[in-house]
Design a protein around this ligand. Sequence first.
Ligand SMILES: NC(=O)c1ccc[n+]([C@@H]2O[C@H](COP(=O)([O-])OP(=O)(O)OC[C@H]3O[C@@H](n4cnc5c(N)ncnc54)[C@H](O)[C@@H]3O)[C@@H](O)[C@H]2O)c1
Length: 428
Amino acid sequence: MNHTELKVGFVGFGGAALAQYRAFHLLDGCRVTAVYDPRPGGRTRARNLSPTLFITDDFDAFLNSGIDIVSVCSPDRTHAEYMARSLAAGKHVISEKPLTDALEGCQTILHAEQQAPDCVAAVQHQMRFLPIHQEMKRIIRRGELGKISYIEGYYVHNLTTRANAYDTWRFEDNATPLVYSGCHFVDLLRWLLDDEVVEVAGMANHIAFPDYPESDCNVILLRFRSGIIGKVITAFGAGRPQDHAVRVYGTEKSIENNLLFTRDNRHRVFIRPDPFQTISGERNMQRAFLEHNLNGNHSLKHRASYMLRGLQALAFGHLFEQLGRRYKELPDYAISNYPLRLYEHGFAVVASLNNFVEAIRTRTRPLCTVTDSAKTVATCLAGVESYRTGRFVAMDAYWLPEFAETPSIAPLAVEQQHALVTTRAAAP
Ligand SMILES: NC(=O)c1ccc[n+]([C@@H]2O[C@H](COP(=O)([O-])OP(=O)(O)OC[C@H]3O[C@@H](n4cnc5c(N)ncnc54)[C@H](O)[C@@H]3O)[C@@H](O)[C@H]2O)c1
């Protein structure tokens, strides 16, 4: 389909912007034309990537360079000002997660959005766009799990070398792992359940990444309005590859990553690795992603390793399932550690940006709005207060008047909790 071209400008040009730069190129009718970065390192990175970009350290010149979209990929603390100024200038804006790192910043962004009704504002919470998480959401919405009592998510990512690979802001701003990274799973759990947190209890330590200025391991417990208990783990220094496991316990069935367990101890694999990274209804994008990785300007080595990774995951998964079927006595332990990583970061980034661009073109709401993301920030901030004070923290003090669509954050009575579960099961 031919679309009017949308010109994209980046604010901050480090790791997140590099991932988005590649992703925007895959989207029909999008072209990256400008980069604003106050630090020379970011501007050099952009220049090395493409000498035709308009690259500047003057934010007004950046806004006036003819761009339609601003993608804010600067340090968390700076998002509010850039988003507000971009919206005031009539630009569509997408912010990297977290929306920002303080309630005042959230308010600034929400007010700016209200003043710019013709602009789309979204947040890059790409976890919502992984096929595995989208399927989990469908299973939960159908009510297949019965009554849910527990949900948890893991953000385990060894950042000991990545933290200051491009810039030192995480150290200068004491970026708390919970707000900066745990937000991925606080957001995912809220979204999966269509529910809000009423109370948070947290603990933190500082053992695995002593050079980091903040705690490096945060664990929070969340009490949802429905009575469901949640847990989010954020660990920056664990000696292992990334772990983004999710578990959901229901009375009829339970989810553990891509496995759906029933109460009679059976299981089925509800989503398999897709070597060609497909999402139903996103055909153009799928093709673009595939073509980019297989054809593009990539070396034979890149293409071969892309194919191999996908096929390896698929073959490994099938082999494991066959073994499970053949040797029924295989201990539960083995199957509950299904040896696959169903997290393709690049694909999720493309899918999330695609949703934002579609929202601009069709004048609809993006899947991840700024109000929704501000609630995630508020929940994380309550978690930070809890692990710092050692107390349970009620969400009331963090619930902004701007969150009007959910005005009350009081826990529900038991019969209301049951009603919520029934409504959720009946939702389309
Ligand atoms: N969605 C994800 O999975 C994901 C992953 C990593 C980071 N992020 C988020 O993306 C944002 C950027 O993180 P990153 O990992 O790219 O950081 P980075 O350290 O790799 O790069 C930061 C960039 O911002 C620039 N910068 C520094 N101060 C600035 C300022 N005041 N104004 C504008 N630019 C400034 C730096 O020069 C650098 O180019 C953060 O909000 C972070 O939380 C998201």
